[in-house]
Design a protein around this ligand. Structure first.
Ligand SMILES: C[S@@+](CC[C@H](N)C(=O)[O-])C[C@H]1O[C@@H](n2cnc3c(N)ncnc32)[C@H](O)[C@@H]1O
Length: 295
């Protein structure tokens, strides 16, 4: 259906961008989304009057953005490790820092054939699905305590062609069947903010699920639980990798040490902040040859 002729005073496409009070990149992304027009088209037609049918939709999105709603929720997707993930308010918006967790996992699995991977608290599925796409020989199990999050993750897996992931609903390792074979690698980006963390009042975080963000009085509850229970689910020589807050490196190393892990180290993100701590379940001292795979 063609647009009605613009009435006098209709703003141009460029005027919508400049008058909305948002940073240019955000405004442009929202205008592309609201109009269905590509960036090149909007650049070429910047002085033309905007389509009446788009103006209200764009202004409504811009208002939500000004109020702090994450851009990803407004656009309904976020790029992660080169893949496009649909997101809703049921899941954390995948963060660039978490790509470091995926990179560490890929590095440690480089020599392992048909690795068995577990992603705890999968949210949108960003970690599990990226690993499944980049390591199609892997057997991936992904869990979450939110059934809504698992629905989003399963939809993303279908859209990205990551078939063969097993999805489990439940509280950390309790989501797994008791006879689940051991894993080569357990990864998690668990919630790690303290319940009174001042960042929780940031407009952006207010829109994300609390259960994806908050973990007890000090933010370390989930990390401690996962570290304590991981050895029982890892093969001897298998790895645990946990994302955490930039100031939680020492506490995370301590959790892994107390849970009996060795070769503990913390990786930094692109800003040099401590972000991912990993450790290895020791080889069985009595019979090291029983460990499987290459580590
Ligand atoms: C920080 S988000 C990470 C989401 C996703 N892995 C990512 O990196 O974008 C933490 C996830 O853990 C899930 N979660 C919180 N408590 C949990 C629990 N007790 N057992 C399993 N999953 C839990 C949340 O629902 C959320 O999806």
């Amino acid at each position: 259906m063609s647009e009605p002729a613009p009435s006098p005073g209709t703003p141009s496409w460029d005027a919508l961008l400049t008058q909305c009070g948002l940073p240019r990149l955000d405004a442009r992304a929202l205008l592309e989304h609201a109009s269905g027009k590509r960036r090149e088209w909007l650049l070429a037609h910047g002085d033309d009057p905007a389509a009446a049918s788009v103006i209200d939709a764009f202004n409504a999105l811009a208002e939500r953005r000004r109020a702090g709603e994450p851009l990803a929720y407004l656009l309904r997707f976020r790029e992660f490790h080169g893949l496009r993930f649909v997101v809703s308010r049921d899941v954390l918006v995948p963060r660039p820092e978490t790509e470091g967790l995926v990179d560490a996992a890929l590095e440690h699995l480089a020599d392992t054939v048909r690795p068995r991977l577990l992603d705890l608290g999968t949210g949108s599925g960003a970690v599990a699905i990226t690993l499944a796409v980049l390591r199609p020989d892997a057997q991936v199990v992904a869990t979450d305590a939110s059934s809504h999050a698992l629905t989003v993750a399963q939809d993303n897996a279908r859209a990205l062609g990551a078939t063969g992931i097993t999805w489990r609903l439940g509280d950390w390792f309790a989501a797994l069947a008791p006879d689940e074979p051991p894993f080569d690698l357990v990864v998690s980006n668990p919630p790690y903010l303290a319940c009174d963390d001042p960042h929780l009042s940031d407009p952006a975080l207010r829109h994300e699920p609390q259960m994806a963000l908050v973990s007890g009085a000090h933010g370390m509850e989930a990390i401690g639980t996962i570290a304590n229970h991981a050895p029982a689910r890892l093969r001897a020589g298998g790895w645990l990798m946990l994302e955490h807050g930039a100031t939680q490196g020492a506490a995370a190393r301590d959790c892994l040490q107390r849970a009996g892990f060795t070769a503990i180290e913390t990786r930094t993100d692109l800003q040099g902040l401590e972000r991912v701590t990993l450790g290895r379940r020791p080889l069985a001292p009595d019979n090291p040859s029983r460990s499987q795979g290459v580590v």
